[in-house]
Write a protein that binds this ligand. Sequence first.
Ligand SMILES: C[S@@+](CC[C@H](N)C(=O)[O-])C[C@H]1O[C@@H](n2cnc3c(N)ncnc32)[C@H](O)[C@@H]1O
Length: 284
Amino acid sequence: MKLIEFRSYFRSQLKEVSSVEQSDDFLKRITQNYFGWDAVKFGLEPDYQLSDFELSKLSLALRDLEREKPLQYILGTSHFMNLDFEVNSFVLIPRPETEELVEWILKNENDASPKTILDIGTGSGCIAIALKQGAPNWKISAVDVSEKALLVAKKNAKNNELDVEFYLEDILDEPSWPIGLDIIVSNPPYVLPSEKGKMKNNVLAYEPDLALFVPENDPLLFYNRIIEFGQKNLNQGGALYFEINPIFVKELYSFLKNHNFESVEVRKDFLKKPRMIKAVKSTT
Ligand SMILES: C[S@@+](CC[C@H](N)C(=O)[O-])C[C@H]1O[C@@H](n2cnc3c(N)ncnc32)[C@H](O)[C@@H]1O
């Protein structure tokens, strides 16, 4: 089959789930990743004859896309803060709003002094590893309850040649931490089961439930535990940074105020939704 014929076939097979522009973008990214092809190949060599190997690799990717598998899981890689991260079904695909959280921390806190940081619920390791890239003199540790996620995170730190310590910890067990922390950051699970109806199938069917959902009757479970953990383990004047579910911003704001945190600040993401919160542990 010629390249241009395959593109038409690819577009028509995906027409229920993707626009033509999106299908073309998928195909360019897949052929770039699999075969190292430049996007201009489609214009310069439309009559290129696909080999059996190429055709079978592309057909498998197409089948996954028809089933709405995210492209990042098909390719096994995702981009975050100019770094490449390996991803698989045990880790959440890093999101652009989480990049904004990392940028906010680096902007506020990167004053060249050494700091100790803990990322709770690290998943692919994206927050911890990107922070290390932005602030090389920070000592960064990260925890997750999923052993399989930690394997991915460790690989990502190694591949990007950035030094982060990873530990298997269940934050709901209220672990104590061996050293005082200057910053705690977390993007914990925060989606309610009742929000499933408005979620896309590519998230629901493929991303890990462990990374997404909190019990319907205890939506701030992780935040409450991490705030209590922060009270015990943050140095005075240390900061907490969270990615948040916009529907709970008010509750979280009050909870932080009532738990000896001050300078509570909410920040909107690129979609203008309140998506991040920062609070400082009171010095009194
Ligand atoms: C929303 S994902 C965030 C992943 C990554 N930090 C990111 O921003 O892309 C939440 C993460 O919390 C982890 N997690 C869930 N329950 C946990 C627990 N009890 N203790 C520690 N980590 C937990 C999940 O395995 C998942 O990796």
